[in-house]
Design a protein around this ligand. Structure first.
Ligand SMILES: *Cc1c(COP(=O)(O)O)cnc(C)c1O
Length: 434
């Protein structure tokens, strides 16, 4: 039995059946923008390994920080104990956090950071004597993770419909439709306003992915929406949670996607690129008002604590990653990547199978009417040497933030080729998603 046969028989992969029908490739190493396969073939990682790789794979500064930490203290429980990497990382995060968000809860994945933010919102309302404010409002087209609360606040018609029975009922506003580059249309927030007017006394918080609705909709919307959201939250005594897990760390241009608006949230989740794509870590940043309200009430403890909370190895990787962000010109790199994608994907929107082309920061989306077949996707990957992972109706790329001119050209070439491919019989295949 070869390694790949073994993999096919016994190991589940994300969003895939356990029979290897979708195929997997065996990766032996990775370096910079490249994944290196068994046999030595190199693929450009055009999806940054699910949007995590900021500085390139296997970055020497991050690997070295992890090596030093591994020799000293790979892990210790965080209950009743603390350590230097956690303290140093909290200092670095506070230094770049939006104004007022200066308390930190470390989580081991993005989903958990979102769960923590929602639980804090409910505990905050309870501390203020409003325990009936215990539900969340989210946006259609959003995605916040795969655990059950995260599923319940992700797009209600999205990939999680099978599990409705497991989910608690939350509230949804319509997907923002005023595009990033359009003039702001106030009526875009009227659905959210209606939800809050009708159910405000049940609502603990409103959550969204600022500017970029990623895993469910690949939708870039107008940042003024966030200002409308902030105002509505204040009017109805709801907290505002920004989930910057996908959009944060320069993915859309600025460090935080929401900084294109005037608004600051009460809670903010970060993850994915936090460690530069080296190891799982996430955090919930909390305003002092929320933190002090929770801590001043009874119970004053916040009831959550993952086993591997603030894992020292992950914190050390994140510290090294944040040092790289601080030392580089990532906003400049991302502006270049955006310009190159615009040049290289010009005219793509006129192709018969293309519905829309959207580019913002280091994120390029070609929305097609019909998905190419899996065989066509596989052959484009091999021909161009570009690892792409189209889903739903989106052929997209979110390349490493250090990608150069030639990398972007190669990716855009592969995307254009796929947009030209004959639509597959599987078009509309419900399995075809992330
Ligand atoms: C990926 C993602 C999450 C979930 O993060 P995990 O680390 O996969 O749990 C949550 N929110 C957004 C916006 C994401 O893109």
């Amino acid at each position: 039995m070869t390694a790949l046969e073994y993999d096919r028989g016994f190991i589940w992969h994300p969003y895939a059946p356990l029979n290897g029908a979708y195929g997997t490739r065996l990766v032996k190493s990775a370096c910079g923008e490249h994944i290196v396969l068994e046999g030595g073939k190199r693929l450009i990682d055009a999806v940054s390994s699910w949007w995590t790789v900021a500085h390139g794979h296997c970055h020497p500064a991050i690997v070295e920080a992890m090596r030093r930490q591994a020799e000293k203290l790979p892990h210790v429980m965080f209950g009743g104990l603390t350590h230097d990497p956690a303290i140093e990382l909290a200092q670095k995060l506070r230094a770049i956090a939006p104004a007022g968000l200066d308390r930190v809860f470390f989580a081991d994945s993005g989903s958990i950071a979102v769960e923590v933010a929602c639980k804090m919102a409910v505990q905050y309302q309870t501390a203020l004597g409003r325990p009936e404010k215990c539900r969340i409002v989210a946006l259609k087209g959003g995605y916040h993770g795969d655990t059950s609360l995260c599923m319940a606040i992700s797009d209600p018609d999205g990939m999680h419909t099978l599990f409705k029975g497991l989910m608690t009922r939350q509230f949804f506003a319509e997907k923002p439709s005023c595009r990033f580059d359009e003039a702001w249309d106030e009526t875009d927030a009227s659905s959210l306003a209606r939800v809050l007017e009708t159910h405000g006394d049940e609502i603990a918080a409103v959550i969204c992915e600022p500017v970029l609705q990623a895993a469910n909709a690949m939708n870039f919307y107008n940042p003024r929406y966030l200002d409308a959201m902030r105002e509505l939250c204040d009017r109805h005594g709801a907290l505002l949670i920004f989930d910057e897990i996908a959009a944060g760390f320069y993915r859309t241009g600025p460090l935080w996607a929401h900084s294109r608006s005037k608004s600051v949230p009460d809670l903010m989740c970060v993850g994915k690129a936090l460690t530069g794509g080296h190891v799982s870590l996430a955090a919930t940043l909390v305003s002092s008002r929320v933190a002090e309200t929770i801590s001043g009430a009874r119970p004053s403890a916040f009831m959550h604590g993952p086993t591997y909370m603030a894992n020292p190895l992950a914190c050390a990787a994140a510290c090294a990653s944040l040092d790289l962000f601080a030392a580089g010109d990532y906003a400049g790199n991302v502006a270049d990547i955006e310009r190159w994608f615009r040049e290289d994907l010009a005219g793509c929107d006129a192709l018969p199978n293309v519905k829309d082309v959207r580019i913002l920061g280091a994120c390029a989306v070609v929305e097609v009417f019909c998905m190419p077949s899996r065989e066509d996707v596989d052959s484009a990957i091999d021909r161009h040497g570009v690892w792409l992972r189209p889903f739903s109706n989106f052929i997209y790329s979110m390349p490493p933030l250090v990608s150069g001119r030639e990398t972007v050209s190669a990716i855009a070439g592969a995307m254009r080729d796929l947009a030209l491919a004959k639509p597959g019989e599987e078009a509309g295949d419900p399995d075809f998603h992330e």
